[in-house]
Design a protein around this ligand. Structure first.
Ligand SMILES: *[C@@H]1O[C@H](CO)[C@@H](O)[C@H](O)[C@H]1NC(C)=O
Ligand SMILES: *[C@@H]1O[C@H](CO)[C@@H](O)[C@H](O)[C@H]1NC(C)=O
Ligand SMILES: *[C@@H]1O[C@H](CO)[C@@H](O)[C@H](O)[C@H]1NC(C)=O
Ligand SMILES: *[C@@H]1O[C@H](CO)[C@@H](O)[C@H](O)[C@H]1NC(C)=O
Ligand SMILES: CC(=O)N[C@H]1CO[C@H](CO)[C@@H](O)[C@@H]1O
Length: 851
């Protein structure tokens, strides 16, 4: 009996039969199954809203709050990848502590009453170093990644089994009473499979079979995998997934990655995705029969330490997600999606039981109606036009649809939500410097050069990862260059040209301890060539190349072939002999920096083990320099960050914890045009930060700080000036609301109170510890502009300010009901109106000082 035989009965009949089917086939009380409409939990088809939160991208102290904010935002499922290289740093040696405490994370989700989608992978991509693969895997003899290769499959199976058995022991799968309702094996393999031919196909079959054989009793999914074998569900990733169809008629339509924004690369502008377009894409997916949508990311967080990849992916993984990097609500995105989720949930009974009837209501206008025999009816009215608003006639009503928008009618009559009308609060955040100045000390990292007692030497250029095994970003390539006294360039007072070819990602060239030049690549082209004249003197010259990686690549196949570092050739041009090839001469190697490996300057004990220069001896804008200072923690809960804008490139630690790589010296290029939400989104459409550092602020979690005596250590490669570094806190500057009165409001997920539609309310909320000190703007009528630039229109209720001032001044949060009587009457009867308000948030906190 195949699941297909179960189709064609009545909708509710199907669920019962399918459950029964699973029961006797697998002989277990499988409480999570699926059919063509939806995932079925405990016998109920569900519309599920999911959000990605990657546990190592925040701290365990942040987890409960992030999960709670996701829950309040209407999320049912927390989705996370499992990060193999974090959990198995060396073969068979596992780590599940601190930010990698996966069980704790899942249990916190469970305590909040939410489900988990565990995307084990264990290839995860995710802009995570090496796509989540441990680098030691690259050196397993005979390995070929992500294909029908025995050593690879053995390692993948062993880690997958490890995770599944942990989850079983802790009773975390739904069948054992836990929150995990779904798991993923592999990740976006479909696009690669074709290139690998027969072996690719065989690998897909093997991966599915291996996963199914683990008997988790929850469905497995494979994303971007059109040939996912039964019963594995193939799912969609992308900015829009409404036209996606699963590979069989008996699988539900699942969107595993709906990109809420996009990641940032060092050297590139920061992408933002308009809230209206994101909501539109989700409504489109649901109206076309989708039943599970995951926001990638819901909280992006931070690539602490050396976990980012890409290459060149920034330390911030904010992703323009509904919860920002710091754990604060990204408004209006968070609130607008919350309102969308409420509206969708009101439609759930109709959505899970009926298939939509699609009707054209005009040019670019469509109605999707879900109507059951049991009296449920939900409608989605869509306007696909990117320029014109539309008036749609539907049933007995008329509905105003802004361009590129969908209105949701949970009873087929009342429009409770439109994707382009953002009714939730809008916040403008601010990074406020904490008073006081850092007092710096410095330590010079002497450029390394070859010497008699070098242990790592060879008459060849070595591939970088082969030597470092990624234990550090840094590898020194050192050699001697002998120049005879009869060299013509010496007599002519000229300099020969040194050329060094590298597979990436950045390179500093030192001659006799002096920096000769720096080159670096980009995500699109990590390879680089240094080619410049260098000052050489008669006799022995010390040539030292400091090759630097910026995260290992995370996308593709054949990870075993990926290289970094100076692969050569390295040549010297303009000598009497012509060009001298240095590639085959004797090279010495040193892994890591002295301050990193020998001295551990970034740790508390290490930083006390050397004499630091202070006062007038402090290094001034020198390359390869360590800096140290100490500071006290400002009181309060506002998230903290370092403003690194005066620095070039390097790494930052606080109390021995790595905050990540800084690179504000890499200025963002891109096209930062005005952004219109309407029209197909791509990551190039709505960019910010052009001409500024790609990342200026670096998050330091409060849980890493003591109240005083915190040690901040910065390693700077380029010669930035630490005097410009400051500690800042992230607070709200002003908050706005912009609400039309034509739209019904939802209260606790309901549309009506004793038959009457709820009135919309403008809600305002400052950060904890802040109060609303001023109403900068308030207008009920037809105000123009957007938050920060509102203007009164010709229709304006002259008592617009009264209610706002009365309700809000001096409060941390407040609301104003949007109704004519609140503002002294209707200023332009018969016209549609809205209420726009902007309020200033001020904090009364005491001044803080550094020590
Ligand atoms: C890798 O390093 C070893 C020494 O550790 C060396 O013998 C070998 O040639 C290197 N291979 C490459 C490709 O660099
Ligand atoms: C958006 O993209 C889809 C799919 O590529 C295309 O069919 C549609 O015409 C595009 N719409 C607009 C307004 O560009
Ligand atoms: C912070 O406090 C912990 C104990 O709570 C201590 O182990 C650590 O050394 C302190 N860090 C600093 C920089 O003083
Ligand atoms: C509001 O302004 C209108 C037009 O200027 C005026 O007629 C009316 O009296 C004003 N109402 C109040 C309450 O000030
Ligand atoms: C990386 C990737 O797959 N990007 C795709 C995201 O979705 C958009 C629109 O659906 C595609 O154009 C991109 O290629």
């Amino acid at each position: 009996m195949s699941p297909r035989d179960l189709m064609g009965t009545s909708p509710r009949g199907k669920i019962v039969v399918l459950l029964f089917f699973c029961y006797w086939v697998f002989a277990v009380t499988a409480s999570v199954t699926y059919d063509r409409k939806a995932v079925i939990i405990d016998g109920k088809r569900r519309i599920l809203i999911s959000g990605s939160i990657h546990y190592p991208r925040s701290t365990p102290e942040m987890w409960p709050d992030l999960i709670q904010k996701a829950k309040e935002g209407g999320v049912d499922v927390i989705e996370t990848y499992v990060f193999w290289n974090g959990h198995e740093p060396s073969p068979g040696k596992y780590y599940f502590e601190d930010r990698f405490d996966l069980v704790k994370f899942i249990k916190l989700v469970q305590q909040a009453g939410l489900y988990v989608h565990l995307r084990i992978g264990p290839y995860v991509c995710a802009e995570w170093n090496f796509g989540g693969f441990p680098v030691w895997l690259k050196f397993v003899p005979g390995i070929t990644f992500r294909t029908d290769n025995e050593p690879f499959k053995a390692a993948m199976q062993s880690f997958t089994e490890k995770i599944v058995s942990m989850m079983k022991e802790e009773k975390l799968f739904q069948a054992h009473g836990g929150p995990i309702i779904m798991s993923q094996i592999e990740n976006e393999f479909g696009p690669i499979e074709g290139r690998l031919g027969v072996a690719g196909k065989a690998y897909t079959q093997w991966a599915a079979k291996m996963a199914i054989g683990l008997h988790t009793e929850v469905p497995w999914v494979m994303c971007k995998q059109p040939d996912a074998p039964d019963p594995v569900i193939d799912t969609c990733n992308g900015y829009y997934c409404d036209s996606f169809r699963p590979n069989t008629k008996y699988k539900p339509k699942i969107w595993t990655e709906n990109w809420t924004g996009w990641y940032t690369e060092f050297g590139c502008a920061v992408p933002r995705r308009p809230t209206e377009d994101l909501a539109f894409s989700v409504a489109r997916f649901i109206q076309s029969g989708g039943s599970f949508v995951n926001y990638y990311m819901y909280h992006g967080g931070t690539n602490f330490g050396r976990t980012s990849s890409g290459l060149f992916i920034t330390t911030s993984y904010d992703y323009d997600a509904p919860i920002d990097e710091y754990g604060l609500l990204n408004e209006p995105k968070w609130g607008h999606l919350r309102d969308l989720h409420k509206a969708i949930k009101l439609c759930e009974p109709a959505l899970v039981s009926a298939d939509p009837t699609v009707t054209q209501l005009g040019m670019n206008l469509e109605a999707y109606v879900f109507k059951t025999d049991f009296g449920d009816c939900a409608a989605f009215l869509a306007n696909y036009d990117t320029k014109s608003a539309a008036k749609a006639t539907f049933g007995n009503g008329q509905y105003d649809l802004p361009p590129w928008s969908i209105s949701i009618l949970p009873d087929c009559k009342t429009a409770v939500f439109n994707t382009a009308r953002v009714g939730s609060q809008i916040s403008q955040m601010e990074m406020t410097p904490v008073d006081g100045k850092f007092t710096w000390q410095s330590y010079n990292e002497e450029p390394s050069s070859s010497s008699e007692d070098d242990t790592l030497t060879e008459y060849a250029l070595w591939e970088q990862l082969n030597v470092t095994r990624d234990s550090s970003d840094y590898l020194w390539y050192m050699t001697d260059v002998n120049i005879d006294s009869d060299e013509a360039f010496i007599k002519r007072g000229e300099s020969p040209i040194l050329t060094a070819m590298s597979a990436g990602h950045a390179l500093h060239v030192f001659i006799n301890g002096q920096l000769s030049g720096t080159v670096f690549g980009s995500l699109k082209n990590p390879k680089l060539t240094f080619s410049d004249s260098v000052k050489l003197t008669v006799g022995n010259n010390k040539l030292s190349l400091l090759s630097v990686t910026v995260g290992l690549p995370n996308v593709g196949s054949h990870f075993e072939t990926w290289n970094a570092g100076v692969l050569g050739p390295v040549t010297l041009q303009g000598l009497n002999e012509g060009t001298r090839d240095l590639s085959q001469q004797k090279w010495s190697y040193k892994v890591g920096l002295k301050g990193e490996n020998a001295l551990s300057l970034h740790t508390l004990s290490g930083s006390n083990s050397v004499e630091w220069a202070k006062g007038s001896l402090l290094a001034k804008k020198q390359p390869l320099t360590w800096y140290k200072t100490s500071f006290s923690t400002p009181t309060g809960d506002d998230p903290l960050a370092f403003d690194m804008s005066s620095m070039g490139k390097g790494q930052v630690w606080v109390n021995g914890q790595s905050i990540g790589r800084h690179w504000p010296g890499y200025i963002a290029s891109g096209r930062c045009n005005d952004c219109n939400y309407a029209g197909n989104y791509t990551e190039y459409k709505c960019q910010t930060n052009c001409g500024e550092p790609s990342q200026r602020w670096y998050h330091v979690p409060r849980s890493w700080l003591n109240s005083s005596g915190n040690v901040l250590v910065v390693f700077e490669e380029w010669g930035g000036d630490p005097i410009g570094i400051s500690l800042v806190k992230r607070t709200k500057r002003f908050v706005c609301a912009d609400i039309s009165d034509g739209q019904a409001a939802l209260k606790n997920g309901h549309m009506f109170k004793s038959g009457k539609i709820y009135r919309p309310k403008a809600h305002l909320q400052c950060s904890p510890g802040q109060k609303i000190s001023e109403i900068k703007f308030a207008s009920y009528g037809q105000p123009q502009g957007t938050c920060g630039n509102f203007l009164e229109g010709s229709c304006h209720a002259n008592r617009s300010y009264d209610a706002a001032k009365r309700n809000c001044i001096g409060k941390q949060s407040c609301f104003v009901t949007v109704a004519p009587e609140v503002f002294g009457g209707d200023p332009c009867p018969g016209n549609s109106k809205k209420f726009s308000i902007e309020a200033l948030c001020s904090s009364s906190s005491k001044k803080q000082f550094y020590q």
